[in-house]
Design a protein around this ligand. Structure first.
Ligand SMILES: *[C@@H]1O[C@H](CO)[C@@H](O)[C@H](O)[C@H]1NC(C)=O
Ligand SMILES: *[C@@H]1O[C@H](CO)[C@@H](O)[C@H](O)[C@H]1NC(C)=O
Ligand SMILES: *[C@@H]1O[C@H](CO)[C@@H](O)[C@H](O)[C@H]1NC(C)=O
Ligand SMILES: *[C@@H]1O[C@H](CO)[C@@H](O)[C@H](O)[C@H]1NC(C)=O
Ligand SMILES: *[C@@H]1O[C@H](CO)[C@@H](O)[C@H](O)[C@H]1NC(C)=O
Ligand SMILES: *[C@@H]1O[C@H](CO)[C@@H](O)[C@H](O)[C@H]1NC(C)=O
Ligand SMILES: *[C@@H]1O[C@H](CO)[C@@H](O)[C@H](O)[C@H]1NC(C)=O
Ligand SMILES: *[C@@H]1O[C@H](CO)[C@@H](O)[C@H](O)[C@H]1NC(C)=O
Ligand SMILES: *[C@@H]1O[C@H](CO)[C@@H](O)[C@H](O)[C@H]1NC(C)=O
Ligand SMILES: *[C@@H]1O[C@H](CO)[C@@H](O)[C@H](O)[C@H]1NC(C)=O
Ligand SMILES: *[C@@H]1O[C@H](CO)[C@@H](O)[C@H](O)[C@H]1NC(C)=O
Ligand SMILES: *[C@@H]1O[C@H](CO)[C@@H](O)[C@H](O)[C@H]1NC(C)=O
Length: 353
């Protein structure tokens, strides 16, 4: 499971640190109780549900966190932090759905924007894990052609949106044949206050954070020892990059089987108003109602700098512009599911991270 979140922490004169993360840092106290008013808007200003764009607005004291989750192009979440409790999202749908989407997504007033970042899930890898589960050691011929998530068919969010739970489920099915009757989904949840999740791995979240849970169900593997890996692209405006960190101090009371929390954080910056983090536990689960024995170990691999993006990165272009590669720093990594001692995906046909 991966939880992505945003946390804005006021740091007196030094400005603001915006944390984008999964459920809070290890050991972080749930005290404080900062609350936000959270509302969901599906395809604002567009009458069709043929495409999915979900706007989550989390309003705090004189600030707002805007999350834009979308499966237009590759699955993307854009996070914009503003210094106003009245900033709003503007989508020019004609432009967004055209071949030149630059400028189609804006936050107004523009001068209230303090910080913008994004996370994209471009592709799913499948490889033969019979020799090793370590994707870095797998031979090129053991890697199957990857699934480009931009080519998936995403179900309408109609009926998959829960205004009470502040959650939505983006479900995609693969190209006919290869994926069988399988599907992947990104379930996203926003929070109004600090707390700890009920189900495993019981992540700690705050009003500044959001969670995304990736699942694969009934996917037909292409081999008897298939394992899967998800590629993640992180976007930071300007030249500032991301850093990969690992924290091992885990609250054993809640998730005793989990040994590591990893995070991708913005590099420290002198003149920035924000920073963010994306945080995950190195555990996935092979059951819909996970118990400890269903734990599937996750491995992550070194961060790679990305220089070119295809036109499928539509939400990025719509917000950051056509020259997103020049305006932003792009880094990507893979996360694979299943360690040496875990079963391959085939046995359970279910994976949730
Ligand atoms: C969330 O953001 C608010 C506003 O910036 C800040 O006061 C609060 O401390 C943050 N909470 C956490 C848990 O980071
Ligand atoms: C929020 O803004 C109002 C009006 O500008 C100001 O009076 C108030 O002090 C601000 N509150 C905080 C916590 O910054
Ligand atoms: C909030 O913004 C809208 C337009 O975006 C404006 O009409 C309204 O007056 C603003 N409200 C406040 C309290 O500033
Ligand atoms: C939306 O974009 C289209 C195409 O770029 C443009 O013609 C139109 O004027 C834009 N609409 C608004 C309200 O800006
Ligand atoms: C995978 O293999 C690489 C190269 O040998 C190694 O550096 C890395 O630590 C391995 N990863 C894991 C999770 O064992
Ligand atoms: C995705 O679709 C595009 C065009 O729709 C096609 O060119 C490309 O080959 C497809 N990629 C995969 C991996 O199927
Ligand atoms: C929405 O979420 C609430 C709270 O988690 C839950 O009780 C309710 O059953 C959900 N509604 C639907 C339609 O799933
Ligand atoms: C898909 O589901 C249908 C009906 O349940 C079944 O007949 C078919 O064999 C399934 N296809 C695959 C590839 O699993
Ligand atoms: C996969 O497993 C099945 C059943 O155990 C076996 O019949 C088949 O030969 C295996 N395929 C490969 C490529 O090893
Ligand atoms: C940024 O901060 C570091 C240490 O805090 C300092 O050494 C460096 O000179 C600063 N850079 C700029 C451009 O201000
Ligand atoms: C990637 O960028 C380089 C340099 O800008 C360019 O030469 C190359 O054609 C690009 N590749 C793709 C696949 O767009
Ligand atoms: C993910 O793994 C695949 C297969 O090994 C590789 O081709 C790709 O470059 C990796 N992506 C990143 C960001 O490391």
């Amino acid at each position: 499971m991966l939880a992505a979140a945003a946390a804005a922490a006021a740091a007196s004169w030094a400005g603001l640190a915006l944390l984008w993360a999964a459920g809070g840092c290890a050991g972080e106290a749930a005290a404080g109780g900062y609350r936000r008013r959270v509302s969901l808007e599906y395809n604002p200003g567009w009458a069709s549900s043929g495409v999915n764009l979900l706007h989550t607005r989390a309003v705090g004291v004189n600030d707002t966190l805007h999350y834009i989750w979308s499966t237009i192009g590759v699955p993307t979440v854009l996070l914009v932090y503003t210094a106003s409790d009245n900033s709003s999202l503007r989508v020019n749908w004609t432009r967004l759905l055209s071949s030149s989407p630059a400028g189609a997504i804006r936050i107004e007033p523009a001068d209230s924007v303090l910080y913008s970042t994004a996370v994209v899930f471009p592709r799913l890898w499948e490889y033969d894990g019979s020799d090793t589960s370590n994707l870095s050691l797998v031979k090129a011929w053991q890697i199957y052609p990857s699934y480009n998530l931009a080519n998936f068919t995403w179900a309408s969010l109609d009926g998959r949106l829960n205004e009470t739970a502040l959650s939505a489920d983006f479900q995609g099915s693969g190209p006919e044949g290869a994926f069988g009757n399988g599907s992947v989904s990104f379930k996203v949840t926003a929070y109004e206050s600090d707390n700890r999740d009920g189900p495993l791995p019981r992540l700690l979240h705050s009003a500044n954070s959001s969670k995304v849970e990736f699942t694969m169900e009934r996917v037909a593997p292409r081999g008897n020892h298939s394992r899967f890996a998800l590629e993640i692209l992180a976007v930071e405006e300007g030249s500032r990059g991301k850093q990969l960190q690992s924290a091992r101090s885990i609250d054993d009371e809640y998730t005793p089987t989990i040994f590591e929390m990893a995070q991708l954080i913005s590099e420290p910056h002198n003149h920035s108003w924000g920073s963010s983090f994306l945080q995950w536990k190195t555990a996935a689960y092979s059951s819909k109602t996970p118990h400890r024995e269903d734990t599937v170990h996750c491995q992550y691999y070194p961060l790679q700098t990305v220089r070119n993006l295809s036109s499928e990165f539509r939400i990025l272009q719509a917000y950051f512009g056509e020259d997103v590669e020049r305006r932003c720093s792009l880094s990507a990594l893979n996360i694979s599911f299943g360690g040496e001692d875990n079963e391959a995906y085939k046995e359970k046909g279910y994976l949730s991270w």
